[in-house]
Design a binder for this molecule. Sequence first.
Ligand code: AMP
Ligand code: MG
Length: 185
Amino acid sequence: MSGKIIVIDLEATCWEGNPPPGEISEIIEIGICVLDQATGVIDKNRGILIKPVHSAISPFCTQLTTITPDLIGKEGISFEEALHILGKEYQAGQHAWASYGMYDKNMLQKQCALRHIPYPMHHKHINVKELFRQVTRIPRKVGMSQALDILGYPLQGTHHRGGDDAFNIARILRYCLNHSEAAIE
Ligand code: AMP
Ligand code: MG
């Protein structure tokens, strides 16, 4: 194993069904932590809260994520500022990155395109959901909490909060890297 991998988990505005007329699902939290492949240390577990501009935090969204309109009002920054942090503090363009499934990569690409902001991430993306299936040889892909159950790892923190999800995903990724030949360059 070598190098650092940035683990990302996004939270977004959501509703029980489709968005209300005029609203779209937008990123409201970028959860992030860094896995050092050489040492196995998971560092900088953090959630960057983001103010949505084309949608509101619904009661359903608060119920799922614990993120309230009040919290976003107090601590949220713009999507542009959040991406700036990824580039400056995490050198996101220079390290491989990982997420659980393809949702986070697709969402990030879509929102960057919509806002005409350069996509900040490295081209090397690891789908931890798929990697976990391969390494454990289970017949089908499972959700993050089920993967933790399979490993006997208690879920740490609050499920559906970006920072905590990113940390738990990093633990699954570390298991995968320790149980496969591949190092991620
Ligand atoms: P997660 O990383 O599993 O916390 O999910 C990321 C985002 O997907 C959430 O912030 C929601 O926008 C959406 N999402 C996840 N689960 C649900 C659900 N059961 N119903 C609606 N949206 C969801
Ligand atoms: Mg999440």
